[in-house]
Design a binder for this molecule. Structure first.
Ligand SMILES: Cc1cc2nc3c(=O)[nH]c(=O)nc-3n(C[C@H](O)[C@H](O)[C@H](O)COP(=O)(O)O)c2cc1C
Length: 268
């Protein structure tokens, strides 16, 4: 009798586990498309945040994005824009995913260790760049950026003004730094410190840097300097490195120089 009830109990437990496993796995499979869609919307939302176009949680993200943003894919090696005719299933704006592209043997490349200050090992050969356009005129450029913090790779965007010198926005949309320490990279007050800072000097030397500690208001370099996060020196150093990586020759510099020449020629 006792052994019969043990068998029954085990049977019931196994049956419950089986049903629960089916339930959990079908929920995971069923919810995947929704999760993917939400991830894409979150990415667009963060592009809008970098472009100062996310004014409230009530906005229709797709609508505001489509009305204000024009994306392009840029060849980082020579700064040229890739024609849409060369887009395919992986390299296109709709599905643009830096992780997939970086890890692909066709679309990604490994970074020589002496140049890999962002600590990312691999990167896409081509990157998406988003233009904020108003009345047919480009107002800002928004660049995807990413690099290692203390615990995680931090993914975000930096927006530059039309003249490509002034920083207009800065945000991260994915990271695993500690809330209250490195996680303060999400603090709106800290992100706001970036706005109005100069990334380059007049000769296009990259000058922006994140300090350990506070920037000195009276210093002639104040316009290039961001306060570091206290108690999070390693995350801060990661942010400093990744911004330098993406705004230099290893990242968007060729594209930026090309654009600045075009802008100068337009004015002549
Ligand atoms: C549980 C725990 C989590 C931490 N998370 C971070 C972090 O996200 N980013 C960071 O730079 N430092 C973090 N630190 C602190 C680092 O270990 C290190 O002490 C710190 O970066 C030094 O910064 P400070 O010179 O500003 O004190 C963490 C420490 C502990 C114990």
């Amino acid at each position: 009798m006792a052994s019969e009830s043990i068998t029954k109990t085990i049977g019931v437990v196994v049956a419950i586990c089986f049903v629960a496993a089916i339930f959990v796995s079908s929920a995971a499979v069923g919810l995947k498309p929704i999760q993917e869609e939400n991830k894409k919307i979150d990415l667009l939302k963060n592009i809008l945040i970098a472009g100062d176009l996310y004014k409230s949680d009530d906005i229709d993200v797709n609508d505001v994005f489509n009305k204000n943003i024009v994306g392009e894919i840029v060849n980082l090696e020579n700064g040229s824009i890739i024609p849409e005719s060369q887009y395919d299933d992986v390299l296109n704006l709709k599905d643009f995913d830096v992780k997939i592209l970086a890890n692909s043997s066709k679309y990604g490349k490994s970074i020589p260790p002496n140049k890999d200050i962002a600590g990312i090992r691999r990167m896409p050969k081509d990157m998406a760049v988003y233009k904020v356009v108003k009345d047919g005129e480009v107002q800002k450029y928004i660049f995807p950026i990413y690099g290692k913090g203390l615990w995680s790779t931090m993914y975000g965007f930096i927006a530059l003004s039309k003249d490509l010198h002034t920083i207009e926005g800065f945000t991260f949309y994915e990271h695993g730094e500690t809330p209250g320490l490195g996680g303060e990279i999400d603090n709106p007050k800290w992100k706001h410190l970036w706005v109005g800072k100069h990334a380059f000097d007049d000769n296009w030397n990259l000058k922006i840097r994140v300090l350990k500690g506070k920037a000195d208001r009276n210093s002639s370099n104040f316009k290039y300097e961001i306060d570091g996060l206290s108690g999070a020196t390693l995350t801060t150093r990661g942010v400093d490195n990744l911004v330098k990586f993406w705004l230099s020759d290893t990242g968007y510099k060729q594209f930026i120089e090309k654009l600045s020449k075009e802008n100068t020629n337009e004015k002549i």
